[in-house]
Design a protein around this ligand. Structure first.
Ligand code: ATP
Ligand code: MG
Length: 388
C-alpha cells in the first residue's frame, strides 16, 4: 500500500516573515536525510510537509530517519487511497488492522480538505464508523476517550488514513540559527551538549583535541564514532582533529602543576575560536556542567571563557549527571562514551587542581609559553574529516 508521512512543523510556524526561510531549511534537511534511505518526494502545502514513500521503499527506515530531523513537531504515517468511501474503509481495515484488533473502543474523525467532496466530514465519519462497528463487534464507539481514532483526511487528489500523530524530534531545523564550533571529547557530556544545540537549530563543526601518543588511535576512533552517531541528528558534520600533544608537553614542562588543566583549557578555547572564525561559526559549544570537576567551577569557567570573544554555549551547565546520561542513552552515544580510552584531559592531570584560579596567576604562567606560535601550529596542523 502506498504510504505518506504528514509532518507538522514546530516552532518555525511562529517565525512570521522568516517562516519561508525556516521551512526551506527544514525541507532541504529532510530531503538530504531521506535521500540516504529512499528516493521519496518531499513537498510542502499549507504548512504540512508530505513525504511520499514509494511502494517498494522501506517505510520504517524513512520514518526512523524523519524522527531524527529537528524542526518536525509531529509525524503522521498514513496510507494513501482513493477518495471513495469503499477505498477509505478498505484502507482503514487493512492499514490499521493491528490497531483495530488491539483496541476496545474507537471513533472515526474526518478532515475534508476537498470541499467538493459530496459528503460532509461528519457524514463520512458516521458512515465508516458504522461500518467498522458492525464488522468488528469488539469495538465500542466512544466519542470522548477512544483507544483508537481512525483519522481520514480527504485532500484534493487522494485520501489519507492514519491513527493519529506521534511526536517528532522537535526543536528547529539544523542550520536555521547558524553554525557553531562544538568541542567534542570522548566523554558523556559533550555529545549531549552538541545534540542539544543542534536541536536549537545550530549546524555543528566538531573540534577534537588529540594528544597522540598519550591518547591512542582507538581514542580518536571513539570520538569519530561519537560524531558519526550525532550525524543521525545533525546531518553532515565536519570534525576537526587538532594536534594537541606539543601544547600539553609545553604546559607540563613550563607551568605549575596545579594550573595545568586551566592553561590547557584556555588553549582549547583559543584554538576552537580560531577554527570557529575560519568556519564562520558564531559560538563555541562545550559539555561543561557546573561544579562537575575542578575545571568547571564558576571561577574556573570565568578564566577559560576569558580567552575568547565568541559566546560559549554550555547547554548542560545546569543538569545533573543522571539527566545527561538519560539523554546520552536516548541518542545512543552513551555506550560509546563509556568505552575506556584515555582522553587528553586525563593526561598529566594535576593531583590538586586549582578550583579558585586567579587570572593574573594564569597569565603569569602563560607568559612562559609562546602562546601565539603554539596556537598557530595547532591550527595549521588540524586534520579535517567529514562525517555523515
Ligand atoms: P565530557 O564528558 O564531554 O568529556 P567532562 O566532564 O569530561 O566532559 P572536561 O574533560 O572538563 O569535562 O571537558 C569539558 C568540556 O571541554 C567537554 O565537555 C568538551 O566540550 C571540551 N573538551 C574536553 N576535552 C576535549 C577534547 N579532547 N577535545 C575537544 N573538546 C574537549
Ligand atoms: Mg572529558
Amino acid at each position: 500500500m502506498k504510504e505518506v508521512l504528514l509532518l507538522k512543523c514546530g516552532e518555525i510556524v511562529l517565525k512570521g516573515l522568516n517562516r519561508k526561510k525556516f521551512e526551506d531549511r527544514l525541507l532541504g534537511n529532510l530531503r538530504r536525510r531521506i535521500r540516504a534511505v529512499a528516493p521519496c518526494q518531499v513537498e510542502i502545502h499549507q504548512s504540512v510537509i508530505y513525504v511520499w514513500i514509494p511502494e517498494d521503499a522501506d517505510g520504517d527506515a524513512v520514518t526512523e530517519a524523519v524522527r531524527r530531523v529537528f524542526g518536525v513537531a509531529t509525524i503522521c504515517r498514513a496510507a494513501v487511497c482513493e477518495k471513495t468511501l469503499e477505498s477509505m474503509q478498505a484502507a482503514a481495515e487493512d492499514y490499521l488492522a493491528d490497531r483495530i484488533a488491539d483496541a476496545r473502543s474507537f471513533k472515526v474523525e474526518t478532515k475534508r480538505g476537498d470541499k467538493k467532496f459530496p459528503m460532509t466530514s461528519i457524514q463520512v465519519s458516521q458512515h465508516i464508523g458504522g461500518e467498522l462497528a458492525d464488522k468488528y463487534k469488539h469495538l465500542q464507539p466512544d466519542m470522548h476517550t477512544p483507544e483508537l481514532t481512525v483519522h481520514l483526511e480527504i485532500r484534493t487528489e487522494h485520501a489519507f488514513v492514519h491513527a493519529g500523530p506521534e511526536p517528532g524530534a522537535g526543536g528547529m531545523p539544523v542550520g536555521a540559527n547558524g553554525r557553531a564550533a562544538f568541542l567534542l571529547s570522548g566523554g558523556i557530556d559533550s555529545p549531549v551538549a552538541g545534540y542539544m544545540m543542534a536541536k536549537r537549530g545550530l549546524e555543528l563543526v566538531g573540534v577534537h583535541f588529540f594528544s597522540y601518543p598519550y591518547t591512542s588511535e582507538r581514542a580518536k576512533e571513539k570520538v569519530v564514532e561519537l560524531g558519526q552517531i550525532l550525524t543521525r541528528y545533525t546531518g553532515r558534520m565536519p570534525l576537526l582533529i587538532v594536534p594537541f600533544t606539543k601544547i600539553q608537553e609545553e604546559i607540563r614542562d613550563k607551568c605549575h602543576e596545579e594550573l595545568f588543566t586551566l592553561v590547557m583549557r584556555r588553549f582549547m578555547m583559543r584554538i576552537a575560536e580560531r577554527l570557529a572564525v575560519q568556519y564562520e561559526c558564531g559560538a563555541l559549544i562545550t559539555g561543561e556542567s557546573l561544579g562537575q570537576v575542578a575545571s568547571q567551577t564558576m571561577p574556573a569557567m570565568a578564566v577559560t571563557g576569558a580567552v575568547c570573544e565568541l559566546p560559549v554555549f554550555r547547554p548542560v551547565i545546569g543538569m545533573d549527571k543522571e539527566e545527561i546520561v538519560r539523554i546520552a542513552r536516548k541518542i545512543d552515544t552513551f555506550e560509546t562514551s563509556i568505552l575506556p580510552y584515555e582522553d587528553c584531559c586525563t593526561v598529566f592531570t594535576p593531583k590538586h587542581p586549582n578550583t579558585r584560579p586567579k587570572l593574573p596567576k594564569i597569565l603569569e604562567a602563560e607568559s612562559r609559553l609562546d602562546v601565539e606560535t603554539l596556537v598557530g601550529e595547532a591550527v595549521a596542523g588540524t586534520e579535517r574529516i567529514v562525517l555523515g
